[in-house]
Design a protein around this ligand. Structure first.
Ligand SMILES: Nc1ncnc2c1ncn2[C@@H]1O[C@H](COP(=O)(O)OP(=O)(O)O)[C@@H](O)[C@H]1O
Ligand SMILES: [Mg+2]
Length: 505
């Protein structure tokens, strides 16, 4: 009996644009509602990043127009740096191309967001997107672009000079989407962005029916973030190999001092002695096994300090408290921060505000509002690491079950946020971040509990004081009558003194 031949599979490679075209849900473009929301979000993120680069208070205008056939045109304008003319086609028409791959906190991460919006617009409406931009010292230019999906390349449909009064960028994308269902999300996104970027102002217009202004809670700009050297705990073989390529002539001692943060001469000497490595070894001559051993040693040595936080931009106590209490009706608010720490060598800081007030739903645990690198996260909360930590924290210990409605605003900032997917909506479980979040929540719980206990105590004291005052007045009245006097002396001071002593004890 002859055996049937198996067919030989055919192999091929696809471009990154093709990959995201096929798997658009991974980038937050899974359905028409998400597509509208993600387009606004990605364009606004880029605008805010750009204004921070230019060190100017952001003013971002979002204009949305729709028709009966669910064609939605989204246009976002900013007063940022603008995009250099020669970079426009690749920045907007090539997936995984961007200017934000350096080791510092940014909203953009993958070089993917805006091109996904362009791609989605193109496949649903067959129309090109437009970029109108002007950089310092240049004239305004207008581009109209499409993406060549198969080759991951931009197609320039049109390029022409177009005056623009100020530097900045306007990006316009037309797509098929569900504006009705995404509208509230967009408004929420902008409202919460005013908490994480309190120095920004936003103007939203939707079909001339919605016209809203948001933000401007802070006049101060954040301190500019600086790109930093990698932390030694980020040293895997690949990173070491790349760093050595640029420094192959150096000795191991000098290489460590020049390539990593938190390694000075003293630390390098101590580390090399402890690990029994030769400080004068030329790094370019290290063998494969030696490189692997160096990497393991750098990652496991516990004598390195925590990372530098100059590459991070937390919101900060004053701005965070002020923006939460400006946006929402909060009667009390507390702030705490932890870090800088690192996960796999990536620096991170986590800060939070716990607030009580009528705007928060009543529950036995706080309502969570998540932020990552100054971006509010509104989707996919159920499997987020912060939600798990929130549920793990025993809030009842902190007087929470009887308390007023409470909101917990948590901001994680890092040179690398461990997002679960390219849509950047939920944070994966990383033990170091989880642990810091847990301690932060407990610290805020204690602050909350202390205030509640204090207010319960002061309510009890006030009641006691009223009773004492009444009794003292009676005693004074009887004593006056007994002594045959006419004027009843005041006992107010006596009672006050009694409670002053009591509260000092
Ligand atoms: N409004 C803008 N102003 C300045 N540069 C922009 C703007 N929008 C996009 N860019 C540039 O385009 C690049 C690609 O954007 P994007 O695909 O959203 O990726 P990412 O933001 O993750 O880098 C950015 O890195 C940035 O250099
Ligand atoms: Mg982006």
């Amino acid at each position: 009996m002859s055996r049937q031949k198996t067919t030989i599979a055919s192999f091929e490679s696809i471009s990154p644009a093709e990959f995201f075209y096929r798997n658009r849900q991974m980038a937050g473009f899974g359905n028409p509602t998400q597509a509208v929301y993600s387009t606004v979000r990605e364009l606004v993120e880029n605008s805010l990043d750009s204004c921070e680069d230019a060190q100017i208070p952001p003013f971002v205008g979002i204009e949305i127009l729709s028709d009966m056939a669910d064609t939605v045109t989204i246009s976002v304008s900013d007063n940022g740096t603008g995009v250099p003319s020669e970079q426009v086609p690749d920045a907007f028409g090539r997936v995984l191309y961007g200017s934000k791959y350096s080791n510092r906190q940014k909203r953009g991460t993958f070089g993917l967001g805006v091109t996904m919006a362009v791609l989605y617009g193109q496949i649903t409406t067959d129309s090109p997107m437009s970029v109108h931009s002007r950089t310092q010292g240049a004239d305004g230019l207008l581009y109209r672009l499409l993406v060549d999906v198969v080759n991951n390349r931009p197609i320039v449909v049109e390029k022409k000079p177009q005056p623009r009064s100020e530097e900045g960028t306007t990006v316009t994308v037309t797509l098929k989407g569900d504006l009705k269902r995404s509208q509230d999300r967009i408004i929420d996104y902008l409202r919460f962005s005013t908490i994480s970027t309190p120095h920004a102002k936003f103007h939203l217009n939707i079909d001339d029916k919605v016209d809203l202004n948001f933000g401007g809670f802070s006049k101060t700009l954040p301190i500019p973030v600086r790109t930093s050297h990698p932390h030694p705990r980020a040293a895997d073989v690949e990173l070491l190999r790349r760093l050595i390529q640029q420094n192959c002539e150096k000795t191991l001692h000098d290489f460590l001092c020049d390539s990593f943060q938190k390694i000075g001469t003293r630390t390098a000497t101590k580390f090399l002695r402890f690990m029994n490595l030769n400080p004068s070894q030329i790094v370019g001559e290290l063998k494969r096994e030696e490189l692997a051993r160096l990497g393991t040693s750098l990652r496991s040595y516990d004598g390195f300090e925590n990372p530098d936080s100059k590459c991070l931009s937390p919101i900060g106590k004053d701005d965070f408290l002020h923006s939460v209490t400006s946006l929402l009706n909060a009667s009390m608010a507390y702030y705490s921060i932890r870090g800088p720490s690192e996960w796999q060598g990536n620096p991170f800081v986590i800060e939070a505000v716990l607030a009580t007030g009528d705007d928060f739903p009543r529950s036995d645990i706080p309502t969570l509002y998540r932020f990552a690198n100054r971006v509010p996260l509104l989707y996919d909360s159920s499997d987020d690491m912060l939600v798990r930590v929130l549920k793990r924290t025993r809030w009842a210990r902190y007087n929470m079950q009887t308390a007023a409605p409470v909101g917990l605003f948590v901001h994680v900032c890092s040179t690398k946020i461990p997002f679960k997917a390219a849509g950047k909506q939920s944070i994966a479980s990383i033990p170091e971040i989880e642990n810091d979040a847990h301690h932060l929540f407990m610290e805020l719980g204690r602050k909350f509990s202390k205030t509640i206990a204090k207010s319960q105590r002061s309510a009890r004291d006030a009641k006691k004081m009223r009773e004492f005052a009444k009794a003292f007045r009676q005693i004074a009245r009887f004593s006056t009558a007994l002594a045959d006097h006419e004027n009843i002396p005041s006992t107010e001071n006596l009672v006050r003194k009694l409670f002053e002593v009591d509260s000092d004890a």
